[in-house]
Design a protein around this ligand. Structure first.
Ligand SMILES: *Cc1c(COP(=O)(O)O)cnc(C)c1O
Length: 440
């Protein structure tokens, strides 16, 4: 006789190998400082929504327009996610279904451009994302990118030369946004340039959306045609993304005379069925939870503290003789320039030694990288996760000292071990997920 599978077995019993890895990962994040700027620690409520039975549901389509039955609760949940995202960012229209940042961007490319069309995006080594035109990514393989970059000397975006380039190349779209640019972006001026050359403004605020939603960084949402963001970075939600846009397609007659009636339906159509099938309802429920959290007044305090902590970390690092790209930061991240310490191409090695000291970062290119993408000369740091943990300016000083010591003595195993002990001690004062077991 067929015996039904026991759904209620604990993972520690049914799959001890994976359970052990989850437990070890929990230990790792508890004992180290997480400085990868694209990472964060979500709330227990977000974890619970992600680990919920919504994972079982199929809901291709949109609320009230689905291809499967049984949507009475999914529809309410997705409508709530939409309503909350609109309130949080003040957008006219939002699609909450993208699986992650890259597919969200892909849907926007397919909505606005045809394969082969010209656009401008920030060069990867200058701080842009893979999906902003890298030759190995769909954005560089299917579409024609004219990358813009930063100034050779200051490593800042030079709006005059970007304007000049836009006038010369006449792009159909200009993509703004960053993954490793440590300064504010003047989205308004980018909008003016788009208006001047008749280009769509597509802004990808994945890294800074928590800052944009709270007014800590200017938001492009009020004016850009389309804005995407991941939900798992400064926004502190589950892994995923959303696409916000204007209802109206202001270049409809110019670029899409026969297409969808407006920009909102064009975007929705390109997410589903354009790129994706069924939405991840469990993740979308967790997005709704995260948006509600971000609407609370204390999230604004959190966003402000991220930036204060980044400034404190940057100032202390520079005081200790560590050079930073653009000599500091205005947002949540910074990039160490190892070439100034005669450590060109040593990013990978320094990242590994920092890991050994329980300081988690990622190697990164610096503008006009003298090394290579796999052996770059930068280390990228950010403060969203440590700020979630409750750390403030004084803790940033301790962390800066640890980093500076590693950079100056990366071959000195004894010193590295000492820093590891100090970092573990620091972390003990900021318990992470206290009492959390393997299951929420
Ligand atoms: C992280 C990021 C993405 C991609 O997100 P994934 O969820 O990793 O696919 C896209 N754009 C920018 C600017 C990002 O920082």
């Amino acid at each position: 006789m067929h015996k039904p599978m026991d759904l209620m077995r604990d993972i520690t019993e049914s799959d001890p190998k994976i359970a052990e890895l989850i437990q070890k990962e929990l230990g790792r994040i508890r004992e180290g400082v997480e400085l990868i700027p694209s990472e964060n620690f979500v709330s227990k409520a977000v974890l619970q929504a992600m680990g919920s039975v919504f994972t079982n549901k199929y809901s291709e389509g949109y609320p009230q327009k689905r291809y499967y039955g049984g949507q009475e609760f999914v529809d309410i949940m997705e409508d709530l996610a939409i309503e909350r995202a609109k309130k949080l960012f003040g957008c006219e229209h939002v699609n909450v279904q993208p699986y992650s940042g890259s597919p969200a961007n892909m849907a926007v490319f397919f909505a606005l451009l045809n394969p082969g069309d010209h656009y401008m995006g920030l060069d990867l080594v200058a701080g842009g994302h893979l999906t902003h035109g890298s030759p190995v990514n769909f954005s560089g393989r299917l579409f024609n990118v004219h990358p813009y970059t930063v100034d050779k000397k200051t490593h800042l975006l030079d709006m005059d030369s970007i304007r000049k380039q836009a006038k010369e190349t006449n792009p159909k779209m200009i993509l703004t946004g960053l993954t490793a640019y440590p300064r504010k972006i003047d989205f308004k001026e980018f909008q003016e340039i788009c208006d001047e050359v008749g280009a769509y403004h597509f802004s990808d605020i994945s890294h800074i959306s928590g800052l944009c939603a709270t007014g800590v960084h200017e938001s492009p949402v009020p004016f850009a045609d389309v804005v995407t963001t991941t939900t798992h970075k400064t926004l502190r939600g589950p892994r995923g993304a959303i696409i916000m846009c204007k209802k109206e397609d202001r270049y409809k007659n110019k670029y899409h005379p026969e297409g969808k009636k407006d920009l909102a339906s064009l975007i929705d159509f390109n997410v589903f069925p354009g790129i994706q099938g069924g939405p991840h309802d469990h993740v979308n429920a967790a997005k709704a939870v995260a948006f509600e959290e971000a609407l609370q007044p204390n999230f604004k305090e959190y966003a402000k503290q991220i930036v204060k902590n980044a400034k404190a970390l940057a100032d202390e690092l520079m005081k200790l003789g560590v050079s930073l790209v653009t000599n500091g930061t205005d947002n949540h991240l910074m990039v160490i320039d190892l070439s100034k310490k005669n450590l060109t191409g040593k990013g990978k090695e320094i990242q590994m030694v920092l890991d050994a000291a329980n300081i988690h970062t990622n190697k990164n290119t610096i503008p006009f990288e003298p090394g290579s993408p796999f052996n770059p000369s930068g280390i990228r740091l950010g403060t969203p996760a440590v700020t979630t943990r409750g750390m403030k300016e004084s803790e940033m000083k301790v962390i800066a000292k640890g980093i500076a010591t590693v950079v100056d003595h990366y071959q000195d195993a004894q010193r590295i071990a000492k820093i590891k002990t100090e970092i573990k001690e620091l972390c003990r004062g900021f318990p992470l997920y206290p009492g959390l077991g393997i299951l929420q």
